[in-house]
Design a protein around this ligand. Structure first.
Ligand code: AMP
Ligand code: MG
Length: 407
């Protein structure tokens, strides 16, 4: 049977990056950068104060510790203004956080370390300021270029843009950003037992939960989801919905259920008769029945129906496909090493087991969150990670190190 790695490679070979577009910065969260971002100027761009206080010449403070020092305040420099003075010996300027340092000054004494105690907004600067400690050259000054220099590569192509990245782009005055287009993904469920979430449950039925969990996963992977609804367990219904999905101009169709060997599992068969089935079984647990192929030229991943299997199948195959499509080079899921807090039995397939991670004496210990039935969604809800037990392993003893995919 196909290994997980082989199956993933076969899927990935069908995808390439979406086209690029240039969009306003405010829309860039979670989007994937299509080019390196190079700083157009230093940050900070000018020497500025990191405190509300008084800009001084550090040398004037040398005697302060012994006898106190009093300087005359010759300017008031609010943030956003351009200082016009040059400090001479014995002079200071009141200065606010973020305001540009005046010429001649090389340090800032915070207001709370001086005799000027008024904190009220609108208070005028005093004539003089006194203090009784020495101030080091550069103290409370953020010099130009301290954070980064013009021409530095600050964000790399293929990065998924985070909130803080948007802040940095704004600092650099970059109003529009070259990113990859969001991949469009059609999502459908299948099964006669499935009801919409707001429909009252009747005998033998369950709510369609996959389409909610998977839609959220697609969204948070940075793709656009087109929800196609639920197909009945009939050839016509499955074909009808897949046909609609094809017309939606999507890069990928994701379906769940109907890919195993049941008498009513039509998804696989419909792919075979309207395109080609590349594979439909992977040596993994949960989620062995997992189909990949093309329906009328559109790549289609048929995830298993069981909710945990569908989720795991998404993480292992669909997320990497979305990353490939969107041009993302940095993965979203961290893999770490943890130690098993209990003996774990496996069946020899590459297994993804739901586990909680706790820190004991500085070591990350994994314990399973409950029975590993593929319908037990609560145990996934309670998990911090999926432990990856490699193919061929039947038993992992307590204390052994295993890889964990952080959720
Ligand atoms: P199947 O792949 O159709 O044999 O379905 C396997 C299991 O997953 C069955 O117990 C189904 O009821 C369940 N299942 C299938 N689709 C969904 C869905 N969209 N939401 C929740 N459970 C599902
Ligand atoms: Mg079914």
């Amino acid at each position: 049977m196909l290994s997980v790695a082989e199956a993933r490679e076969r899927i990935l070979s069908h995808f390439q990056n979406t086209a690029e577009e240039n969009i306003p910065l405010i829309e860039c969260a979670n989007r994937i950068l299509a080019m390196d971002i190079i700083a157009v100027h230093d940050l900070p761009l000018f020497d500025n104060s990191s405190m509300d206080g008084f800009a001084i010449r550090a040398v004037d403070s040398i005697i302060a510790a012994a006898s106190g020092v009093t300087l005359s305040v010759v300017a008031d420099i609010p943030a956003g203004s351009v200082p016009t003075v040059t400090l001479a010996q014995g002079q200071a300027a009141r200065i606010m956080t973020g305001a540009q340092m005046p010429n001649g000054a090389d340090a800032v004494i915070p207001v709370e370390d001086t005799d000027f105690h008024s904190r009220d907004a609108g208070t005028a600067a005093p004539q003089t300021v006194s203090f009784t400690r020495t101030v080091k050259t550069g103290e409370n000054v953020r010099p130009r270029g301290m954070d980064l220099r013009a021409d530095d590569v600050v964000l790399q192509k293929g990065r998924r843009l985070k909130s803080q990245d948007l802040g940095l782009l704004a600092m650099l005055g970059i109003a529009r950003v070259q990113v990859h287009k969001k991949p469009r993904i059609a999502l459908l469920s299948s099964g006669d037992e499935l009801l919409e979430v707001d429909a009252p449950l009747t005998a033998g039925k369950i709510h369609d939960s996959n389409s909610y969990a998977l839609a959220a996963s697609i969204n948070n992977a940075g793709a656009e989801v087109i929800r196609m609804g639920v197909a009945k367990d009939s050839r016509e219904s499955v074909e009808g919905l897949l046909q609609k999905a094809v017309q939606e101009n999507v890069e990928l169709i994701v379906a769940s259920a109907g890919v195993s060997m049941g008498a009513f599992d039509f998804v696989k068969e419909v792919i075979e008769s309207n395109g080609k089935l590349d594979f439909w079984k992977v040596n993994m647990r949960p989620g062995k029945p997992l189909a990949f192929g093309e329906y009328r030229g559109k790549p289609l991943i048929g995830l298993p129906g069981n909710p945990v299997s569908a989720f795991v199948g998404f993480e292992v195959f669909v997320r990497p496909a979305l990353e490939r499509l969107s041009g993302q080079l940095d993965g979203n899921r961290l893999r770490i090493k943890v130690r098993c807090g209990e003996e774990i039995e496996s069946d020899g397939r590459e297994s993804y087991l739901r586990a909680k991670i706790s820190l004991e004496d500085g070591i990350q210990i994994a314990t399973l969150t409950g029975h590993q039935g593929s319908g037990n969604l609560l145990s996934l809800v309670q998990a911090d990670a999926l432990l990856i037990i490699p193919a061929g392993v039947k038993c992992v003893p307590v204390g052994q190190e295993v890889e964990a995919l952080l959720l």
